[in-house]
Design a protein around this ligand. Structure first.
Ligand code: 13P
Length: 249
């Protein structure tokens, strides 16, 4: 059975005290034991977050990493630095990384390889922009992102991959994809995976939805057969809202 996952992407929010406070507040919530729960704080808080969540069900995920093992890349963080502090999963390919930091599918393929070589799991983010949906090329865009970013992997490596479909027009806008739009794209993603690999692999990969998921819309989105959870931005900064989303399954 596919894992149900709800992860909070904090983006560039919260100082050290607020990060600690939010994790404390989350640990005080009762969370559905069937759901894998994780938070992705900024790099500087990861070590403290790992220590703080040692005996809890909350996992700690990085938001990004560099593809090189080490070297003259001022301001960057490598995969082995993450594992050395107890972080074993990273987001890659978030639309904000693609848009503001010019991360291409080709670069992301290298980052994915570096993550896997270092034993990290990857939550691979992708999704179309508004213009692409308006031009009805959203399925092609997503197919290309998967193909160029991930289809060099073999079936065994896919056990370390979680997908997060995040239509750019739904991120931080308050406008969420309808449950039907999410389901339609998630089914497309699974059919592309089945074509490239096989049905067993396609049915085994968890595919999360992200983009303005809130307590009010989470259960409808999560009830879609091909939606296995969510990647939550704004609403993950509030413990009660995030817990309500986790418990929306
Ligand atoms: P919002 O939930 O704020 O729309 O952000 C979604 C997102 O980008 C998660 O990675």
């Amino acid at each position: 059975m596919r894992r149900k996952i709800v992860a909070g992407n904090w983006k560039m929010n919260l100082d050290a005290a607020a990060s600690k406070e939010l994790i404390d507040a989350l640990q005080a919530q009762s969370l559905n034991p069937d759901v894998t729960v994780a938070v992705a704080p900024p790099f500087v808080h990861l070590g403290a977050a790992v220590a703080q969540t040692q005996n809890s069900k909350i996992g700690v995920v990085a938001q990004n990493m560099h593809q090189a093992p080490s070297g003259a890349f001022t301001g960057e963080v490598s995969a082995s630095m993450l594992t050395s502090i107890g972080v074993h999963t990273t987001l890659l390919g978030h639309s904000e990384r693609r848009a503001y930091f010019h991360e291409t599918d080709a670069l992301l393929a290298k980052k994915v390889d570096a993550a896997l070589e270092n034993g990290l799991d990857v939550i691979f983010c992708f999704g179309e922009e508004l213009e692409e949906r308006k031009s009805a090329i959203h399925f092609d865009v997503v197919t290309r992102q998967l193909t160029d970013g991930l289809f060099h992997l073999d079936a065994a490596q896919w056990k370390k991959i979680v997908l997060a479909y995040e239509p750019v027009w739904a991120i931080g806008t308050g406008e969420t994809a309808s449950p039907e739009q999410a389901q339609e794209m998630h089914a497309h993603i699974r059919s592309v995976l089945a074509n490239q690999y096989d049905n067993e692999l396609a049915q085994g990969v968890s595919v999360l939805y992200g983009g303005s998921v809130k307590p009010a819309n989470a259960s409808e989105i999560f009830s879609q057969p091909d939606v296995d959870g969510g990647l939550i931005g704004g609403a993950s900064l509030n413990a009660a809202d995030f817990a309500a989303i986790v418990n929306a399954f």
